[in-house]
Design a protein. Structure first.
Length: 454
């Protein structure tokens, strides 16, 4: 009898031990950092923002980073590892239950490889080590207010695409092809820009209004190899609004906006000024966004009248594919293309915006220098903005394969192939634009643009 009781007690404790171990394992799996993303900050050139997600709440969200390879467990006793506390951000979108954390890596040196990880300082659970290379326009002068070299153009390459969503499987419209091709050239890139419509988490009938967190998270996981090593800049598209607001988008993608509620921002990189505007928020004159756009343009042009100025948004001003928005008289219950053009295009001309990059239309095309539908100059001597549509990242909606009759401002190749663009800033007077088709990862369109004055 005693032996029977003893065996029962032993089995009981063994069961309890197994349950505790399983709970611990489950907790570690659930709480592990996911979707690590790098972005530029609004503070200075010698800092970067790191943002990540977890399914379960992390108690002590933190960043660890160093210029040397390191073991996260040793951070408390190492002089070469810097620790930074991250902020916890709670989703308030119906159906979204995960958590976001964001923190800064600061005091970066010029053109240096940094290693970092994210995780929970309380439980000592960390992600794998990732790495990135810091900017080449960081000043060695620590007293520099911006932490950078102002106005000097240093050559660099960035990648651009829009309208890329998660597709499970090997469909030719899958985001896998764009991601895989970008990975193959990631060491050539300074940053990546996704011009709206991210994940397509609202594409099914059941998720059309509130979005689908599973699809959202699957997409974030699918691009983690890119977002964890390169700054990944975004602008919102019409498929990024869940419940008629952009809370999930703006909390996931921590862009260098002046206010958390804004979806527009600007940044400088290697002597080029980039402005991201939101075609999905109010942009009419006297609106907050319109006032901010004109003020940013004015400030930059006053300080740098001859510098490169590149603007991007989800919706294009000029497109010629057979798609509703490409009709200038397009109007629905939420927006009007004519209002968009009348509210904003004159600012591009007034402040000498060299290039405008957009998506929305699931195709690739470019324009000649154009203002108010009139061709103005050439690529060698532009007298107006050149427009590029790059809604070719790959998504469930597929690509547009028909086109309207060419307009005077249409230029060169128009393509229904999925792919991405490379923007190469060569120097202060010349840039190069390439469209790379995912099929064979080959260049199928290219132009050079001289710096225009208008």
């Amino acid at each position: 009898m005693k032996k029977l009781v003893s065996n029962s007690i032993l089995k009981f404790y063994q069961t309890i031990t197994i349950i505790i171990l399983l709970s611990s394992i489950v907790k570690i799996v659930i709480s592990k950092p996911e979707s690590i993303k790098i972005s530029f900050t609004k503070y200075s050139k010698n800092s970067l923002r790191i943002t990540w997600n977890s399914i379960d709440l992390i108690e002590g969200p933190s960043l660890l980073y160093s210029t040397e390879l390191f073991e996260p467990d040793n951070y408390a006793t190492s002089n070469s590892i810097t620790s930074s506390t991250a902020e916890t951000i709670y989703y308030d979108t119906e159906g979204f239950h995960s958590f976001t954390y964001t923190g800064l890596i600061e005091n970066l040196s010029q053109s240096m490889i940094y290693f970092y990880c994210v995780g929970d300082k309380v439980t000592n659970q960390w992600s794998q080590l990732y790495n990135f290379t810091s900017r080449s326009d960081i000043s060695d002068n620590s007293d520099s207010g911006s932490g950078g070299i102002d106005n000097e153009v240093i050559p660099f390459t960035s990648s651009w695409f829009g309208d890329m969503g998660y597709i499970d499987g090997d469909s030719l419209n899958s985001d896998w092809y764009t991601i895989n091709n970008l990975k193959s050239i990631s060491n050539q890139l300074s940053f990546v820009t996704h011009v709206g419509d991210i994940a397509y988490a609202d594409y099914s009938k059941d998720s059309k209004y509130y979005g689908n967190e599973t699809i959202w998270n699957n997409f974030l996981s699918s691009i983690n190899s890119i977002t964890s090593t390169l700054p990944y800049m975004t602008t919102p598209g019409n498929h990024d609004s869940f419940g008629d607001e952009f809370s999930a988008y703006s909390k996931t993608w921590q862009m260098p906006t002046e206010h958390h509620s804004n979806n527009w921002y600007s940044f400088d990189y290697n002597g080029v000024h980039f402005i991201s505007i939101s075609s999905e928020d109010t942009y009419i004159p006297l609106s907050d966004q319109h006032s901010w756009i004109e003020n940013d343009l004015k400030q930059y042009r006053n300080s740098n009248p001859n510098g490169w100025l590149i603007m991007y948004s989800h919706r294009p001003f000029y497109c010629n594919a057979k798609f509703g928005w490409c009709n200038d008289d397009y109007k629905d219950e939420k927006t009007s293309k004519r209002l968009y053009i009348d509210s904003l295009e004159y600012l591009l001309y007034k402040y000498n915006v060299d290039l405008f990059i957009s998506g929305h239309c699931h195709a690739y095309e470019t324009s000649k220098p154009v203002y108010q539908n009139e061709v103005m100059g050439t690529y060698q001597d532009p007298k107006a903005t050149v427009h590029c549509v790059i809604g070719t990242g790959g998504n469930k909606g597929g690509q547009i394969e028909e086109w309207y009759e060419p307009k005077p401002w249409t230029n060169g190749l128009k393509s229904s192939l999925n792919g991405y663009a490379l923007l190469n800033i060569i120097n202060s007077t010349t840039l190069n634009w390439k469209f790379i088709a995912n099929l064979n990862n080959s260049i199928i369109d290219e132009f050079y643009l001289n710096k225009g004055q208008f």
